[in-house]
Design a binder for this molecule. Structure first.
Ligand code: KG4
Ligand code: ZN
Length: 337
């Protein structure tokens, strides 16, 4: 079964063709990073307009790259929630037009579910149940994935998501948007023990709160500025990244204890971080769990993961009508359309 995936939830316009949920034929991604960099973050209206410009081009590119005609596509999977509403609507409406004109099933895909599904593309033998740690620009989540379309959220973002904390810290250190990748590089040159940063408390130990950590970084930078002292950016990046790793590691161990799952999956844009990848892999080895993570390319937003998840949603009967809408927020374990 050939599925065309479409993604436009934030600042990447993407399309991909995946066979039977596991085999990636071609993935096309048009990133808007250079445009939003000028403003230090994503400007929603500009994002929607760029999606409108690029969507047909990436779909054509994906079909050509896969060597598949429009008629050969068996279903279209599209990200419909959560994300920037104007951005999501571009993908949803394009998918509707495609399905309407060619009489194909339209499959709504939840963005976080698709991030997890990126793992099915790189690990063909991976099957639920497993525990997923998802860290992206907008979300930090611990999810018990009981089946391909059956999830239980164990812990979630209370304020800033992990990626948001990376980006805001990077911005304060003078790095371009999105800053996660620059922190990753700077941290390699710094001393992770130079600055002590807080590990914020959460009532549910599996929830995530990164805003206190971000504020501590900003305060530290301001204090140095006021005293006219130079901050060691590389060591602050290293200390910040180490603290995020400590937090993720501790919460993941708790979740492993609680669920007794022996399979762990990492997902989301922040899962591209080299120290997080290394630390979580080591932790899993130590705890006797098997560990899976997508390639770096498939960690950040793309449509291959959307097409993969759409295959499993379709198999469980999740097909939408032509009245499908987009939603800015929606929990991954309670998907409605
Ligand atoms: O999943 P994603 O592409 O978009 C959302 O769904 O939000 O995640 C984007 C986030 C950004 O915050 C970006 O800075 C972060 O992923 N990111 C990284 C790295 N690469 C991307 N964070 C830390 N280290 C990286 N290497
Ligand atoms: Zn994402």
């Amino acid at each position: 079964m050939y599925v065309l995936g479409i993604e436009s939830s934030c600042d990447e316009t993407a399309a991909a063709v995946v066979k039977d949920g596991r085999e990636l034929l071609y993935s096309s991604v048009a990133t808007q990073i250079d445009t939003h960099k000028l403003y230090g973050g994503v400007v929603p209206e500009i994002a929607s307009r760029k999606h409108a410009e690029d969507i047909a081009i990436v779909v054509k590119d994906a079909l050509e790259g896969a060597g598949i005609t429009k008629e050969q596509i068996d279903a279209v999977g599209v990200t419909f929630a959560p994300g920037l509403i104007g951005a999501l609507l571009v993908g949803v409406n394009f998918a509707k037009g495609f399905c309407y004109s060619l009489d194909k099933p339209l499959v709504p895909v939840h963005h976080i579910r698709s991030h997890i599904a990126a793992n099915y593309l790189v690990s063909p033998n991976l099957e639920p149940p497993f525990l997923a740690l998802v860290a992206s620009g907008g979300h930090s989540l611990l999810i018990d994935v009981k089946d391909y379309t059956d999830y239980e959220i164990l812990g979630k973002t209370l304020d800033d998501a992990a990626g948001e904390a990376f980006d805001k810290t990077a911005r304060a250190l003078g790095f371009p948007y999105p800053g996660g990748i620059y922190i990753d590089a700077a941290a390699k040159r710094g001393d992770p023990f130079k600055y002590r940063l807080p590990d914020p408390h959460t009532e549910n130990p599996l929830d995530f709160s990164f805003s206190g950590l971000k504020t501590a970084v900003l305060n530290l930078i301001n204090q140095h500025k006021m005293r006219d002292e130079e901050i060691d950016s590389d060591s602050l990046a290293a200390s910040f990244q180490k603290t995020v790793c400590d937090i993720l590691e501790r919460k993941l161990s708790l979740a492993i204890d609680k669920t007794e799952r022996k399979k762990v999956v990492l997902a989301g844009g922040v899962a591209a971080n080299s120290e997080i990848r290394e630390r979580i892999e080591k932790l899993c080895r130590r705890l006797g769990c098997s560990f899976y993570m997508p390639t770096r390319e498939l960690c950040t937003d793309n449509a291959a993961m959307v097409a993969s998840q759409a295959y499993f949603e379709f198999k469980s009967g999740k097909v939408a009508g032509m009245d499908l809408n987009a939603y800015a927020t929606m929990p991954a374990d309670d998907v409605r359309f």
